[in-house]
Design a binder for this molecule. Structure first.
Ligand SMILES: [Zn+2]
Length: 80
């Protein structure tokens, strides 16, 4: 039974790491913000932003803005 559990954990780790490519895009953070944004987010249009990779933003503790989730959805299926 333990073996199966270990295998499942390994499989999950593998899946998680294979999703790493999703972090390849660049995102934008504001100087005081705690979230990161995609390029066309309205929130950052009139603000000074710092560009970094999504991976870097996540490592620094930034959380995705709603626009990031929307961009993910748009990628899967076009809305509107
Ligand atoms: Zn945003």
């Amino acid at each position: 039974m333990k073996k199966i559990l270990t295998l499942m954990v390994c499989a999950m780790l593998f899946l998680t790491s294979s999703f790493g490519f999703a972090f390849a895009r660049d995102v934008y953070v504001t100087k005081k913000g705690k979230k990161y944004h995609v390029e066309d987010c309205r929130w950052i249009q009139k603000r000074e932003t710092i560009k970094m990779s999504e991976e870097e933003a996540v490592k620094k503790g930034y959380k995705p803005c709603g626009c990031v989730k929307k961009a993910d959805q748009d990628g899967a299926e076009k809305m509107e």
